[in-house]
Write a protein that binds this ligand. Structure first.
Ligand code: ATP
Ligand code: MG
Length: 585
């Protein structure tokens, strides 16, 4: 038997587990602050383990870009984060103030996040590749009082606009370079700080993290989260990521995105497992090496990374011993059925898709390790989560019944807007500076996700597309994902983005933009072949009418296709907010 067989899955009887589940019982698995002083993420994630004698377990295994390694135990993380909490106090930073980070994946990022939560600040990690303008917008919107960054990033991105950020009182520099004028060095603050810190009373509703959405559909929104979310981080990663004591776990998302915080920092720490923190960027061969040499048990990644592994070819995977892997999960974009089966063939495990959003704070719908996977489906709602499809009218408003309650789609396989019954602990509590927009997300007891989906007779949800992206052609509702998935099954296609373009007869027709794999030439023959291939798979009503070749499809820095940008370019319209667009050469 391989190693992966040794740990029984956490969720096997789906219905029984759902009916057994309660959020109160889930919360009771956590300690709460000593003396009944509330619930604080940092205590549950770090100090709790130390208090229970697990302080020597490695919390973070940091792998530096230069090949260096550093193991940081729970005790060490507890002490250094206490020092950072004391340093914030010394700086005169008040609870509730926002602490931003603009850092690569370095240990100080994790210390800063945990320490600021201990000090009851709101923490907002920014992705380190943002340019000056996106940084300025976010710092301004979030009323950033402290920014932790490096000397290079400060010099290149911040120094020139510092005067435009009057609320930014403290810039703290991490790394070997000295702190420039107007900044202080992280190491100096830490060296002068006590390593004991008592977390002040924290209400579960106190603000904890501020995360900006990916900007796929428009200007990124700042979603505000609370300390009580830690209960959802505990349970969702128990069910959907199957985390167990002793696990080596690797989440590839950068903490600049919600996945990299909820599941790259909080959830693994709450479970007391060892997290890999890889400072380096994606490189297929290196990632395979890392999975093998670190004996990673649970791996949480994204379709864009899986596509890149697939592109690297089967030999890369075949050369590795990946038997330590027990679960591979993916989030962020639809996971094409082809990727699920590729995982089975080449990693020895299928890939488990799951669905959630910055706004939901945690995984809501998933394929579980212990239940059958339906390739192409996002899976079923987690215990504690009620998901439904709400009926939309042609203008996109939710249809209400006579009592004013939203109409829930009950027949299988019919589309509706994916909605979640409010009340799960990690739900966002606001869009920063946009109260009306926040209010507009709710109808009756439901939070509207803005995504369209179908549910099959067995309760599995199938992603159709974002409501804004869905194409209406000659009376058909076409999800771009369905068309993109069909196209990428063709051996020449690496990635596809599909939009509707206006058409006098059909309302809209489907147009696909396609990036090719190495060794394939864009030409008319291939265009016709791809259209024929899609027609065979999808039928003429759904297949693209036109295909354009584009090796630089617009994607977000987190790897999501920006269909709104494809559409704006096609129609000659304003491309809108491009702060999260990945720069391509
Ligand atoms: P913005 O809200 O700024 O347009 P965004 O919606 O991409 O950006 P995120 O919160 O990072 O920002 O992403 C959530 C969205 O990602 C979901 O609403 C959904 O459209 C998509 N998504 C996430 N996971 C999946 C999945 N497993 N399958 C399909 N789509 C997914
Ligand atoms: Mg969104």
């Amino acid at each position: 038997m391989t190693e992966r067989g040794h740990v029984p899955p956490e969720l096997v009887d789906y219905d029984a587990e759902r009916s057994r589940f309660s959020w109160d019982a889930a919360q009771a698995q956590l300690d709460g602050l000593p003396g009944g002083r509330g619930l604080n993420i940092a205590h549950e994630a770090v100090d709790r383990h130390v208090a229970h004698g697990r302080g020597d377990v490695v919390a973070l295994r940091w792998l530096g870009k230069d090949g260096s390694r550093r193991d940081i135990t729970y005790t060490e993380l507890s002490e250094s984060s206490a020092q950072w909490a004391n340093a914030l106090d010394t700086l005169g930073v008040a609870p509730g103030d926002t602490v931003f980070t603009l850092l690569g994946r370095v240990p100080e990022l994790y210390v800063t996040v945990i320490g600021a939560l201990k000090h009851r600040n709101v923490v907002s990690p920014l992705f380190s590749v943002f340019g000056p303008e996106p940084i300025r917008q976010r710092l301004e919107l979030g009323h950033g009082r402290v920014l932790v960054t490096t000397e290079t990033l400060y010099r290149r991105r911040i120094a020139a606009m510092r005067a435009d950020l009057p609320e930014l009182d403290h810039v703290v520099i991490v790394g070997d370079d000295p702190a420039p004028d107007g900044t202080v060095h992280f190491d100096d603050l830490i060296a002068a700080a006590d390593d004991a810190w008592t977390i002040p009373p924290t209400d579960p509703e106190d603000r904890s993290l501020l995360h900006f959405t990916s900007g796929t559909t428009g200007t990124p929104k700042g979603a505000v989260h609370v300390h009580g979310a830690v209960v959802a981080h505990l349970t969702t990663s128990h069910y959907a990521l199957d985390l167990h004591p002793g696990d080596v776990y690797w989440c590839t998302a950068d903490p600049g995105w919600v996945t990299g915080t909820s599941y790259g920092i909080v959830a693994p720490l709450v479970h007391g497992v060892t997290s890999i923190v890889d400072e380096g960027d994606f490189e297929a061969g290196r990632w395979y090496d890392l999975l093998e040499s670190e004996r990673v048990n649970v791996w949480y990644t994204a379709p864009t990374a899986i596509r890149m592994l697939m592109r690297a070819g089967p030999d890369e995977a075949a050369a590795r011993d990946l038997t330590a892997l027990r679960l591979v999960a993916s989030v962020g974009e639809p996971l094409n059925p082809e990727a699920v089966t590729w995982g089975e063939a080449h990693l020895g495990l299928p890939i488990h898709d799951n669905w959630w959003q910055t706004e939901t704070g945690g995984i809501m719908i998933a394929n579980f390790r212990g239940t059958p996977i339906r390739p192409g489906s996002m899976g079923r709602p987690l215990p504690g989560i009620d998901a439904a499809l709400l009926e939309r009218d042609p203008k996109g408003a939710i249809v209400l019944d006579d009592e004013g309650a939203p109409v829930v789609v009950t027949e299988p396989d019919r589309e509706g807007e994916l909605a979640l019954r409010v009340g799960w602990p990690s739900m966002f509590r606001g869009y920063l500076g946009q109260p009306e927009r926040y209010e507009a997300c709710f109808v009756g007891d439901w939070y509207r996700s803005g995504d369209l989906a179908r549910r099959d007779a067995d309760g599995y949800f199938w992603f159709l597309g974002r409501a804004d992206d869905v194409i209406k052609s000659a009376g058909h509702l076409i999800g771009p994902f369905e068309v993109e998935s069909a196209l990428i099954e063709h051996p020449a296609v690496y990635q596809a983005g599909v939009i509707g373009v206006p058409d006098p007869m059909a309302g809209e027709v489907v147009k696909a933009f396609v990036a090719l794999r190495p060794g394939h030439e864009p030409n008319d023959d291939l265009r016709l072949e791809l259209i024929g291939f899609a027609r065979k798979k999808l039928g003429p009503a759904v297949a693209p009418r036109d295909i354009a070749f584009d090796q630089h499809l617009p994607v977000t820095k987190s790897g999501k296709i920006m269909r709104r940008v494809l559409k704006a370019r096609e129609l000659g319209l304003d491309e809108g907010d491009l702060s999260t667009l990945e720069e391509t050469s």
